[in-house]
Design a protein around this ligand. Structure first.
Ligand code: GLC
Length: 432
């Protein structure tokens, strides 16, 4: 008979064998388990978009069990999101595999070597499906760095009901817009005439591009680096904006508005006209909005003898040059820029697609009857200068525009200084 101690020892030896076996099994299977862990593809997105991105993440995971899309919420304003991407690239080893890019960042990011060249990934046949302005905005020195995801172009919204009641046609020129505003303001029909984005941020530069175009001016010619900010047309454009405030057509607070502040005032019935992006139509026609069904939209007004200009905006997707998962990141780009993803995003948000065919897509037109009429507007949209120094050029313009519309400088003085600084930024000392 074995003694008590012997029994215990055998019992422990047996247990040890089992524990050893378990360890062995774990060692054999653990690497396989790790290999099946999905690869994460990270992207930084503006905060207002997080709901839509959560849906994309779910759908992407369902279609790609080996991958995971992780949207990280950033700030609201596009230039602040740009700052975050920029610092992550400057620090090296950016955590983001994808870059959700405003059209104006492309030359800077591409010139810095932060983006993967996607030219060979999107064959010319597939490129044709996108709006040409959007696609052009994704190119730098002939190479493609960004696939368009959603487009944008500035529009003029107006109170269709008020204009009809007064027997007035929607304005074509700046002067007509001012006159209609004053008429309806005098009649006490509405408090303000015209709302726009006057805060010192990227939206101010985007909005100004349209006024400038409407006066026949230009900011920077990307081919020659000529600067047009101190030309008479540009000074007239700034004077127009300054006057809207002086003449009480626009509220004094307009110098602090971004897109959302101006939209809220407009859809509460405070003004006849609003300059904004296409997303406003869906927002202003939501069931609880006082102005639902009373709003029309059209291309921006212009000076007599000039043409209307819409600022070309929009976001697209690029791939970080440093991603460890370029193939997987490309699968995510394909998914996000596909017809289905765009249709869904547009249906939910009211922004415009970057795929041409979607402007006449029956499902989208049913929901947004004005979409086909926007095609000619986006086709004529004007790019902000596609140069690597864009962020600094925009910063200069924003500062001097802001000084002029808040009456710290005359339009002429402001634009002369803006032009001088822009020229020295571009390495040109004197005249345009
Ligand atoms: C919109 C446009 C973008 C622009 C921004 C300015 O998001 O799509 O291109 O830079 O507005 O606020």
């Amino acid at each position: 008979m074995p003694g008590k101690n012997q029994v215990r020892a055998r019992f422990f030896l047996n247990r040890l064998k089992w524990v050893g076996l378990l360890w062995l099994l774990l060692l054999i299977f653990t690497p396989a388990t790790f290999a099946q862990e999905p690869i994460t593809i990270k992207i930084l997105v503006p905060a207002f978009d997080t709901k839509e991105w959560a849906i994309f993440a779910q759908q992407f995971a369902a279609k790609n069990p080996d991958l995971r899309l992780e949207p990280v919420a950033g700030p609201m304003a596009t230039n602040l999101v740009e700052d975050l991407y920029t610092s992550s690239f400057l620090l090296g080893d950016s955590p983001y595999d994808l870059v959700y890019m405003d059209i104006v960042w492309v030359p800077k990011f591409a010139a810095a070597g932060w983006l993967m060249d996607l030219s060979d990934k999107l064959p010319p046949q597939e490129q044709k499906a996108f709006l040409s302005g959007d696609l052009d905005g994704g190119r730098y020195k002939g190479k493609l760095y960004r696939v368009p995801f959603r487009s944008d172009a500035g529009l003029l919204y107006y109170r269709e009901d008020l204009l009809k009641q007064a027997g007035l046609k929607p304005p074509e020129t700046f002067t007509e817009m001012v006159q209609i505003s004053q008429t309806l303001q005098k009649q006490g029909k509405v408090k303000w005439g015209y709302l726009w984005q006057g805060k010192q941020y990227e939206g101010l530069a985007a909005m100004f591009t349209e006024i400038l175009e409407g006066y026949g001016g230009f900011w920077i010619d990307p081919k020659t680096n000529q600067v047009g900010l101190d030309r008479p047309e540009a000074i007239e454009a700034v004077t127009f904006l300054q006057n809207t405030i002086k003449q009480k057509i626009s509220p004094p607070g307009v110098t602090t508005y971004q897109e959302e502040e101006s939209r809220r005032l407009f859809q509460n019935g405070e003004a006849v006209f609003l300059r904004n992006w296409p997303y406003v139509w869906a927002e202003a026609n939501k069931p609880d909005v006082p102005m639902r069904g009373k709003i029309g939209l059209k291309p921006m007004v212009h000076a007599v003898g000039q043409q209307s200009g819409a600022s070309q905006g929009g976001l697209g997707i690029g791939i970080s040059a440093t991603t460890r998962h370029p193939q997987e990141a490309w699968r995510a780009v394909q998914f996000l820029t596909s017809v289905e993803s765009q249709r869904q995003y547009v249906l939910h948000t009211g922004v415009i697609p970057s795929r041409r065919a979607l402007f006449t897509d029956p499902q989208l037109v049913k929901r947004y009857p004005h979409f086909p009429s926007l095609l000619p507007v986006v086709d004529r949209a004007v790019l902000r200068p596609p140069i690597p120094q864009y962020a600094q050029a925009s910063d200069i313009l924003q500062r001097y525009l802001s000084a002029a519309i808040t009456n710290q400088l005359s339009p002429k003085a402001a634009m002369e200084q803006a032009a001088r600084e822009t020229r020295s930024l571009l390495g040109k000392k004197s005249e345009s």
